[in-house]
Design a protein around this ligand. Structure first.
Ligand SMILES: [Zn+2]
Length: 359
């Protein structure tokens, strides 16, 4: 073994492209203050994962704001991360696919655990409002319909969707930063050099949030001189390498959780297989994409137009832009420039400046 410490991250096989669903998503709040996403319309099976979902997700998560003390010194390991704009979340889901239905454990738990404490924990309703849902010992039938809709995969508490998107964003950030490790590209145990360790730890502990400039571990301008997660547990300082190991093992747990629907049954039937495929959301396809990127040795790139980091769809292709919106912007700009030139060629409306450009 080349590396000094073995990483808990080991991928032994590759997953096929996993089909997932796209359905119309809308957001609602009921009278108890419960916020949920409703999926309706015909389910369309998506055969292929759109890699733009990675870069668009990273843009969706708000920038991390660091907290400073009275002397203007940055506090270690403490920051604010603002909530994601729910309307942006909905347009994301409508563009890339459903999120939240592949968590079958969650769907079952909602039905089984209906006391106010569990309802608060699972749906995000305040405890006070959860108590109001009860008449004596029985739950308001209208709310019971809500819970049944969750079990059927037609509704998902917004709180769960937000959590999954944040988990996926931090996984994508961590993955992009793994690409900085030379052993990772060779598919050997990670070397976890100081540099990589700092990138990996920062990516994970940013909760998927974007960082500003030099604070973004995925940015080439990332400032390696700073220790981001220097933290004490009680009086004992946590060894820096343990942070990286912890981040990697949490990353693999998230990936495995989302893939479990597809991978956990060793022995399966046609019916189970079909059920699983019909219940796999974007997070399953997203995780399979990240794992498959190991095989393809995908390299991260920086968008020429907006500077965001992305994983190109195909390696050999000269992908300069993070997605359709950026390449469109550049195309439109070129077209406008062309029009200007042809207008000046026509002569009639040519300004002195346009004439100058022609030379
Ligand atoms: Zn871009």
């Amino acid at each position: 073994m080349k590396s000094s410490k073995e990483s808990p991250l080991a991928v032994s096989y590759f997953l096929p492209e996993i089909p997932f669903l796209k359905r119309e998503a809308k957001i609602y709040a009921d009278e108890s203050g419960y916020l949920f996403v409703q999926y309706s319309g015909e389910a369309q099976i998506q055969e292929r994962f759109n890699p733009e979902a990675v870069s668009e997700l990273l843009k969706l998560i708000p920038v991390v704001e660091y907290i400073y003390d009275e002397k203007g010194k940055k506090k270690h390991g403490i920051y604010n991360i603002s909530e994601i704009d729910p309307h942006k979340v909905i347009s994301y889901l409508n563009r890339f696919g459903v999120v939240g239905i592949s968590d079958l454990d969650f769907r079952n738990e909602v039905i089984k655990q209906r006391d106010p404490v569990s309802i608060t924990r699972l749906t995000g309703i305040t405890f006070k409002n959860a108590e109001k849902l009860y008449k004596g010992k029985s739950l308001d039938p209208k709310f019971l319909d809500r819970l049944n809709a969750i079990r059927n995969g037609d509704e998902v508490p917004y709180r769960l969707i937000e959590k999954i998107l944040k988990d996926l964003a931090r996984s994508a950030r961590l993955y992009i930063n793994l690409l900085e490790d030379p052993s990772f590209a060779e598919r050997e145990a990670l070397s976890l050099t100081d540099k990589n360790r700092k990138r990996i730890v920062s990516a994970w502990h940013g909760y998927g949030g974007a960082f500003k400039d030099s604070e973004d571990p995925a940015s080439p301008r990332f400032n390696l001189n700073e220790e981001w997660t220097y933290t004490y547990s009680g009086k004992r300082k946590i060894p820096a390498l343990d942070f990286a190991e912890g981040a990697l093992s949490a990353f693999s747990q998230v990936m495995n959780k989302h893939l479990s629907l597809i991978t956990k049954s060793v022995v399966t039937t046609q019916a189970v297989r079909r059920f699983n495929l019909e219940n796999s959301g974007l997070e399953t396809a997203f995780s399979a994409y990240l794992l498959n990127a190991f095989k393809d040795k995908k390299v991260k790139r920086v968008c020429v137009e907006c500077g965001s980091v992305f994983l190109p769809q195909r390696i050999k292709e000269e992908n300069k832009y993070c997605g359709e919106s950026c390449s469109k912007k550049v195309r439109n700009r070129k077209q406008r420039a062309k029009k200007k030139v042809s207008a000046s060629k026509a002569g009639s409306k040519a300004t002195p400046k346009a004439r100058k450009e022609k030379k």
